[in-house]
Design a protein around this ligand. Sequence first.
Ligand SMILES: Cc1cc2nc3c(=O)[nH]c(=O)nc-3n(C[C@H](O)[C@H](O)[C@H](O)COP(=O)(O)OP(=O)(O)OC[C@H]3O[C@@H](n4cnc5c(N)ncnc54)[C@H](O)[C@@H]3O)c2cc1C
Length: 259
Amino acid sequence: MPKIYILSRPTFDDEHKTLLKDILPSEDSYWLEYNKVSQAERLVEFAGRICYLSFGKAQSSRTNSEYILNLIRNEHESVLEHAAWTFAFSDVSRGFTHQLVRHRIGFSFSQLSQQYHDESEAPFVKPLGLERSPQALEAWEKAMHHARDAYREILLALDNGSSGKLDKEEKRFVRSVARSVLPNATESTIVVTANARAIRNFLKARGNIMGDLEMRAVCVELFARLLEESPALFQDFTIEKSSDGSLAVVHYSQQAKDG
Ligand SMILES: Cc1cc2nc3c(=O)[nH]c(=O)nc-3n(C[C@H](O)[C@H](O)[C@H](O)COP(=O)(O)OP(=O)(O)OC[C@H]3O[C@@H](n4cnc5c(N)ncnc54)[C@H](O)[C@@H]3O)c2cc1C
């Protein structure tokens, strides 16, 4: 199963109080926070309130969650871009990461290199659902075995005569040739920084595709972690169980569409 590690999360500094004192008349230079929420949620609410200077007497009694839901409903989602996390995804396949890196806006990626890293011992991620057919499982295991053997054979053949003393670019060349036989199942690790708006787009597009089990598994884990982090920013998503017991991340608009 894919693993997700949170490497960094948003912080919100007390300097916002100085800002309010600097830009607002003293009688209105305060912000009433009605409930205790995460730094990310505070940051988003504060950024939203800056747009309308709704502090002091101009402030309504909305909770943070209500305030953020209102931003989402009004499609004022650029405010959500201020909250960003850095994750590491591990035990995922190169097939999955290839789909992930198609998301261009609000994402940054750093992935394990197959040119610098010798993949002779790289594990393969067994696709979820493969166990439904022993015949498919056997074919898959055979193909992985052949791919690994071919990778090692190519490395050895091109390395031949150097007694392991290839320079950096020669190593890059040899590994580039050898990796061409590695399958989509090759395990990878990728560090991903993404803001809340980009993650929401990702979950909407990818969280509920029934045939894409690995993608759904990542989305479910990502959503579960983010619910612990900052539930208000993802409050219009939910987890649904399908008939086969697997889980999906569903946006409320998709629930409505599916009846
Ligand atoms: C079910 C499914 C099937 C897919 N099948 C294929 C496939 O067969 N082949 C394939 O190549 N890809 C496929 N994709 C990938 C898909 O086309 C997108 O590249 C990927 O999902 C990233 O989505 P995005 O562009 O919305 O995300 P991002 O790149 O993060 O962009 C976010 C949003 O920013 C806006 N945006 C970004 N770039 C531009 C731009 N250049 N111009 C205008 N607006 C922009 C759009 O509103 C976009 O939704 C598939 C995706 C899904 C979910």
